[in-house]
Write a protein that binds this ligand. Structure first.
Ligand code: FRU
Length: 712
């Protein structure tokens, strides 16, 4: 009896090891779409035999026919909807190519009327490829359910079509896992990226230990590569590691293209790319958002930043790191903090621990400390982990970083609590931490050593990325006030006793631009300097570049008494002068007669400073290399693109400073009373500046146009 049971169990195991046969949902080999319902023109009357007139060569499909929504070109729209079917296998595999918009050029899988999967092609930019690639959806949790596929073409511009073929239910995923050993002999691992490819999860491992984990839009072939990114291998020299990937299309050669080298592949043109900001920091490769951990120590400004080292878009949050001796020339040192099993590395701050309160000091130098958020929900190995806070330290002036073994130092409180900003509070002789809690609330803590935090108060106030510091009013050290602000820069002036922030009056606007977020100020700037220097995330970029976004130009903050009350003003740091190139164009006491335009041939990178007597003019119009800025002298309003700010002339005069780079123009009015950082893609060929007055005459009291050198 026992024997028979064992035999039966064996038979069952053997049977279940054989995957059930694939079920073809559609192979599009017929002359029409059969039971599928067509709407609109894009999908024609039936499957297409490959390429349509005016289309790049379509390949990679199976058999003779495929769905190709290029009927009527990119302009046509439509949908193609399958009959209902039952999900009977773990995966749906299919071939896909075309436009890369998940809401406009995509295939959707619906279960119970709800879209549960979407997939788009790999292309968003001109160029690209019409090759179809294998994709897989895991549908195991919907087994037995009634489902429907809808292929959508709702885009009329470039890459406004979608190609699909050979949709199959299968117990086997058509994308695969891959792994290989690498013995580290070079400094960098180079990985090929193609924007909008489906994401592949990758790990660098040593046995069971995960050293790095990230997702990447891996190029599938050498001809597809948009740019290469790197993973620093220097700490693993001589070791044998495993490179692992999941979700790679069977036809992809991307994994095999990953290679060790001492330099960045394709980096010959580094920092000289057509749209590389020249007077602003941007990462060598990949995406940046918030500045993090900003601190000054022994002649170096440390700028960390939210970095996706492996892609053009946000993701894989890692702390990138750069240093500068003068706030304008930056050297990128490589990533300092990497995602781990607690989560990816979200924003936070940095301080010098002069008194070794943390006990991390090993040599003669005080340890540098970074305080950050573990974002639990963003990583493959930490999918369901809550957001917590951690610390890391460096004993070698920020060159290497170690995460504290006792992390997280602060557990989860609410929602996606994040972005701890730490300051040393001298009167109470302890650390103070302000952090975003949830629902526009900030939470305050005190700590003796940054390892144990005690919650002191909660304030209804701002969203994300709080910052807090004390500043003299009108430069008077006897009149100190506290400033507290959130990610958009809106701020409170108030009092702070080390535990509770008490705002005076309403929230005040700070910046008027479209290119500023999540700013921070440097900690530990020596008292002899005394400046409070801020940098924001400059939200600007260009799709053809191997990097995305930049930092705003550093500004010095001050509090001034105005007729409306105490206000925070921002002006670019004087170090900007270090980039002045040769003699400026100078114009003094020149009338701007209505109808005449003052035209100057300048250059690409500029620091423009002007004082204008508005006279009888109704508007002043400036055209800066194609970017229009207008001042309405009746409404006292400055406008640039969709942004505007109210600012009155002082004794009839308006003072302007404009820093012009390749992807931005930062506008400052009346010594920082208005700060308007603007994202703008300047045409490299346009170098003309125009100024005119309308409705009356004005006078240029002074105009200095300084050409700027590249900071790289
Ligand atoms: C602000 C922000 C932060 C967060 C980080 C993640 O831009 O959302 O709140 O820590 O970006 O990159």
């Amino acid at each position: 009896m026992r024997y028979i049971l064992i035999l039966l169990t064996g038979l069952l195991i053997t049977l279940s090891a054989f995957a059930a046969e694939d079920i073809i949902i559609a192979d599009f080999e017929g002359t029409d779409y059969g039971d599928w319902k067509v709407r609109g023109k894009a999908f024609g009357d039936g499957p297409v035999q490959g390429t349509l007139p005016g289309q790049m060569k379509v390949d990679g499909f199976e058999g003779k026919g495929l769905v190709n929504s290029f009927s009527g070109g990119d302009a046509s729209r439509g949908t193609l909807t399958s009959p209902n079917f039952i999900i009977e296998r773990k995966y749906i595999n299919f071939l896909m190519g075309g436009g890369g918009w998940e809401d406009k050029t995509a295939m959707q899988l619906r279960v119970d009327g709800k879209v549960i999967h979407k997939a788009a092609g790999p292309n968003k930019n001109p160029g690209g490829s019409e090759t179809l690639r294998w994709r897989s959806w895991d549908v195991s949790e919907f087994m037995g359910k009634d489902a429907q596929l809808r292929i959508v073409d709702d885009r009329t511009e470039g890459w406004g079509h979608i190609n699909v073929d050979h949709i199959v239910q299968s117990d086997e995923k058509v994308t695969s896992e891959k792994q290989r050993d690498i013995t580290v002999s070079k400094k960098l691992l180079n990985l090929p990226v193609r924007n909008n490819e489906p994401k592949t999860w990758m790990r660098l491992k040593q046995g069971d230990e995960i050293l790095r984990e990230f997702d990447i839009e891996l190029a599938q072939d050498i001809d597809d590569v948009d740019f290469w990114v790197t993973l620093d291998l220097s700490e693993f020299q001589g070791e044998t590691l495993q490179l692992w990937a999941d979700n790679i299309s069977k036809s992809s050669k991307g994994f095999e293209l990953i290679t060790q080298a001492d330099t960045l592949i394709g980096g010959e043109n580094l920092y000289a790319e057509t749209y590389r900001p020249q007077v602003h920091f941007s990462p060598m490769r990949g995406w940046n958002n918030d500045p993090n951990g900003m601190m000054y120590y022994k002649g170096e400004y440390h700028l960390f930043f939210q970095h996706n080292p492996y892609g053009w878009n946000w993701g894989n949050m890692t702390w990138g790191h750069a240093v500068s001796k003068d706030l304008v020339h930056w050297e990128e040192l490589g990533d300092a903090l990497h995602p781990d099993e607690h989560g990816t590395m979200f924003s936070g701050s940095g301080v010098v621990d002069w008194n070794n309160t943390t006990g991390f000091q090993t040599g003669d130098e005080p340890p540098l400390i970074c305080i950050f958020t573990y974002a639990g929900d963003n990583n493959l190995s930490s999918k369901d982990v809550e957001y917590t806070q951690g610390i890391a330290y460096s004993n070698d002036r920020g060159r290497t970083w170690t995460k504290y073994k006792g992390n997280p130092v602060q557990g989860h409180l609410a929602g996606r609590n994040r972005d701890p900003k730490v300051i040393w509070h001298t009167p109470t002789n302890q650390w103070v931490i302000v952090m975003y809690l949830d629902k526009k609330q900030l939470v305050f803590f005190t700590s003796p050593d940054l390892k144990t935090w005690t919650q002191t108060s909660i304030l209804d106030s701002f969203y994300e990325c709080p910052e807090m510091f004390e500043l003299p009013v009108d430069g008077d050290a006897d009149k100190m006030k506290w400033v507290l602000y959130g990610a958009s820069g809106e701020y409170h002036v108030g009092e702070f006793d080390g535990k509770t922030f008490v705002p005076h009056g309403d929230v005040l606007p700070f910046n008027y631009g479209n290119c500023f977020y999540a700013s921070q100020t440097f900690s530990d700037i020596p008292a002899a300097d005394g400046r409070r220097i801020q940098m924001g995330w400059g939200r600007t970029g260009h799709p053809d570049m191997p990097f995305n976004q930049q930092m705003d130009f550093p500004v010095a903050l001050r509090l001034e008494t105005t007729p409306d009350g105490i206000r925070m003003l921002a002006e670019p740091v004087n170090e900007l002068d270090l980039l002045h190139d040769g003699q400026p164009i100078v114009i003094e006491e020149e009338a701007l007669i209505e109808g005449n335009t003052l035209t100057l041939e300048a250059s690409e990178l500029l620091d423009i400073r002007a004082t204008i007597d508005i006279g009888t003019a109704r508007t002043l119009d400036f055209n800066i290399r194609g970017l229009n800025i207008t001042y309405d002298t009746d409404k006292h309003e400055l406008k640039c693109k969709d942004n505007s700010a109210k600012v009155s002339p002082v004794d009839d005069e308006l003072t302007l400073q404009i820093i012009v780079d390749r992807l931005s123009a930062e506008i400052f009015v009346n010594q920082g009373a208005i700060y308007m950082p603007m994202a703008h893609v300047f045409d490299p060929a346009k170098i003309t500046l125009e100024t005119k007055a309308t409705g009356g005459d004005a006078t240029i009291k002074s105009l200095f146009v300084h050409a700027l050198k590249s900071a790289w």
